[in-house]
Each structure stands twice: as structure tokens, then as C-alpha cells.
Design a binder for this molecule. Sequence first.
Ligand code: HEM
Length: 441
Amino acid sequence: MTTTTDNSRTLPLPPGNFGLPLIGETVEFLRDPDFIEKRQKKYGSIFKTRIFGADSIAIVGAEANRFILTNNQYFAVSWPPSTKILLGPNSLTLQEGSQHQSRRKLLSYAFQPKALAGYLPGMEKITQEYLQKWEKINTLTWYPELRNYTFDVASTLLISTESGSQTSLSKLFKDWCDGLFSIPLALPWTKFGRALRCRKELLAAIEKIVLSRQKEQEPGKDALGLMLQARDEEGNGFTLPELKDQVLLLLFAGHETLNSALGTFCLSLAKYPEVREKLRAEISQVVGNDSLTLEHFKQMTYLEMAIKEVLRIVPPVGGGFRKVVKSCEYNGYYIPEGWNVLYQIGRTHADESIYYQPEKFDPERFSPERSEDKKPFSYVPFGGGMRECLGKAFAQLVMKVFAVYLVRDYSWELLPEQNLELVTIPTPHPKDGLKVNLQHI
Ligand code: HEM
């Protein structure tokens, strides 16, 4: 049972171990992809730990997700200090209450169906160019290539900077991302110190782009153009410092997560060729050799299930942090004010009481007959509640466009003797970067 009462302080704290003084279990949390799973086996679905300097409680399961993501009176946004500093004070992910609501509304103009339809031709063009390039290389390490691809998609469609992956922006982003979840020690040789320098350079580059766009007559059809025009009820738009932090956030959120998701798609379909064949048959029947329209996607139900399964089996974001702003109770345990709670996406998706053989890549678990995700908050790759991913529809569209062109026109095989074990920071990817042989069919 989940209740929220003022008498909760008489209840016990969840089991668990705080680890070392101050630093707690931060190092294990950052290094061990099975950190949560191991503790879940030892203590059960709720346990305490100390990470990023904060006493924290991790809670696993669909009910826990509902509890954390919908009880806004008890939980507020919270990110580790390194993430907070590197995202910046005007970042949507750090905003609260009415400010969050109004900024989220303004940003959402860039992700409405009309805007998405406008992005589609650009996505198709970049996808085809990359596939042709990879076809020529033939044998490739896919993950870094996919990173260039997702960065180009994001930089072209969000800020009209084509081939962003070939500019200094891309390298700056990589070093900035490496510091996002790190110990916030700003020394020249630490990950965090490097990332902080990159933030300054990234903001300077973004400022230049914004200022030049503000001078143009036509705002443009990319996300930045829509953001420049967006106004709240009082007629106010984004200020320059806001635009800089929000663009930084969108560029980051718009490519790192997708990089991981596309890598998982490529890996899963190499391991499960029968899924690839089924998908190919559907694409050939619905799209043939035509250019894509949003209408095509409505008819491709197997593609929908396959993409869903990719985000279930290896969710690019493993979970999220919240701060407890008012003490409460969960399943007979005390959740004290001032602590952090962590909701778990990856472990929920691996829950055997929800998903049959969760380790198996099986798109049909989402078919209307089986709908294994019917329990609310059992499928949460994009989080949930009022902070659900703003780029969800954009991300799904990129994944589908990529999937259609790749599966329709190409075949690929994993090269032998590579380490496919997942590294989880910044987003999950195979240790050796996914080495494949790709051929046109
Ligand atoms: C497969 C790709 C993606 C996944 C799995 C993903 C996942 C998530 C998750 C789990 C959250 C919620 C975090 C929390 O609860 O604290 C989130 C938030 C967010 N995502 Fe995504 N995301 C993806 C792609 C994108 C893209 C492409 C964009 C933008 C271009 C984007 C923009 C955002 C933003 C702005 C937020 C913050 C929302 C808020 O705080 O109100 N994401 N995402």
C-alpha cells in the first residue's frame, strides 16, 4: 500500500547500506550497470543508499513509478549537483511549478504534429545520406557513427546547423556529456572540470546562432524558429539566457538518448533476424519504394511494436531522481523529507510479474492480444506525469524513419569477437561500439 501521512516518521526506514562516509555508494552507482539489480535482490524493491552526496531511496516497480511520478506534492525535481550545474539554471528539467508549466508549454510548440510533419523530409534526407555512406564503408563500428547521425538530425532540425557532427559543437557536447553524472570537482583534469569549460564554449556558440537568427526576417521552421516565435499568455517569449540553456538541453536530450536507442535497434535485429524479416515484409507492403508520410506510420503496427520493444529492453534513460519535499510513507516505510528518491525504468521493464521472459526481444508482447504493458506505469521509457519526455514524438519519429530505410534496403551482421556488454554512462551502449558488416540488399 502507498499512503502519505504525517505519522510516517514512526515507521522504519527501508533496508540498505549507505556505503562510505560522504561519497556513499556513488562510485558503484556510476560504474556498475547492475547496481540497482544487485541491491534489489539483496533488500527487495525498496532500499536506501547514498549517492551524489544525498541520502536516497530507490523504489522499483510500476506502482512505485506511479507513486513517485504523480505525487507532485511530495516530490520535486532533483538532479545530481554535476548535472544541475552543467544543464544551467534556465533548463526546463530544473524548473518547477508554474515556471516549469509555462516554459514547457512554450517549448512544446516545437514538437507538435505540424512541426513534426515539417521535420520529416529533413530526417529522411539525413538518414539516406548516412546509410549510403555506411554502405560504402561496409564494415563499421556503428555506435559512434550513430552518434554523428543523431547529432546531425538534432542540429539540423532543432537549430538548422547542418552536419553539426563535423563541427566543434559535437566534440564539445561529448566532453560536456561525459561530466553530466560525475563528482562535481572542477579541476582542469577532472571530467567535471572539462565539462564545465565545454558548457561555456557551447553557450557562446549557441548565443551566436540565436543572435543571428533574431536578426532574420523569417524565424524559420526549425525548433529554434518556433521557440523564437513562442509567447506565453502575457505575450512574453524566452529571454536570451533562457534560450541558450533550453537549446543546450534539447540538443543534448535530442541525440544522446536516440543514439542509444538506435544502437539497441540495430543490435536486437541482428540477434533476431526473424523480427527483421517481419518488419521488412510490413514496410514493403505499406511503403514500398515511396517517400514516407506520417500516414504510413499509422499503418505499420509491427514497426510500432518493435520500436516499443527496443525502448523496453534497453531504456536509454534508466530512471530518474526526485527530492522529497514532504515526508511520506511507501509500503510501510518512512520516506523522509530532504532525501532523494529514484524511480526505476530499466528494472520495471525487467519485472517478470509484468513482462513474460523480459530478457527476450519480443515485439509481439505489445500486440492487442497480449498487451503486457497494460498496467499503468509498467512501460515508462519516457518517464511519466508532468515531466514526461517532451521530445517523445520527435524521438519515435526519428526511430521509425531510421528503421524503415535501414530495414527496407539493408542487411547487417555482427562481427565476431566483440564485447557486447553494455556500458551505461552516458547512455547504454555496447562496450566495443557495435561492430557490424552492412550491405545493400
Ligand atoms: C528515445 C529517446 C528518448 C528517451 C528514452 C527519453 C527519455 C526521457 C525521460 C525518461 C525523461 C524524464 C526524466 C525524469 O523523469 O526526470 C525525459 C525528459 C525530457 N526529454 Fe526526453 N527522451 C528521449 C528523447 C528526447 C528528445 C529527442 C528530446 C528533444 C529533442 C527530449 C527532450 C526532453 C526534455 C526537454 C525533457 C524534460 C521534460 C520536463 O522536465 O518537463 N527527449 N526524456
